[in-house]
Design a protein around this ligand. Structure first.
Ligand code: NI
Length: 179
């Protein structure tokens, strides 16, 4: 396994539409290695989600691993390490709520983004099996953030009010969970 370099905002690869994983790629060493590297990279950074475009791989692959408990995002429920391949989102309830988001490709900053809080995700597992999961609240926000990376979108693009973009230190001092 290898810790991969995370590219940052301004790198053109973060703005591309990522390519679907093809049926031929499932079970192949390349995809297995990619996911292993993503997990190692995510754990090395202490992040909770990572999308393949963030390590400059244009594939529709994202991982989420939320340890849960008290965190820089407040008290959150744990979500076990999950690999989403070629995910699709269905919004089950358009009502939104906001969270201060961070991104490994936008280091040092937090920004308030409102997103739907009740979604259903259809995806393929690393084993090539179709799966579905319903995500609520903060989990729904995290997933939509990672999903956006597959479409070349960063959370800052989703902000309604750039006055709610803060450095982490100032966010700790002056920010609140809800803007
Ligand atoms: Ni991100």
């Amino acid at each position: 396994m290898t810790i991969r370099n995370i590219i940052r905002m301004g790198h053109p690869s973060l703005r591309q539409q990522a390519q679907p994983v093809t049926p031929q790629m499932f079970g192949a060493a390349e995809l297995t290695q990619l996911v292993k590297d993503m997990v190692e990279t995510l754990h090395d950074c202490g992040g909770i989600g990572l999308a393949a475009p963030q390590i400059d791989v244009s594939l529709r692959v994202a991982i989420i691993d939320i340890p849960g408990g008290p965190s820089r995002y407040g008290e959150i429920a744990p979500m076990p390490l999950t690999t989403f391949i070629n995910p699709k989102i269905e919004i089950l309830d358009p009502t939104t709520a906001g969270h201060f988001e961070g991104c490994l490709s936008v280091p040092g900053l937090r920004g308030f983004v409102e997103r739907a809080q009740h979604i259903q995700v259809s995806y393929t597992t690393i084993a090539g099996t179709p799966a579905q999961i319903t995500l609520n609240g903060f989990w729904a926000t995290v997933f939509q953030h990672e999903f956006d990376h597959l479409d070349g979108i960063l959370y800052v693009d989703r902000m309604n009010d750039t006055r709610q973009l803060m450095f982490e230190e100032e966010y700790s001092q002056f920010g609140s969970a809800e803007a």
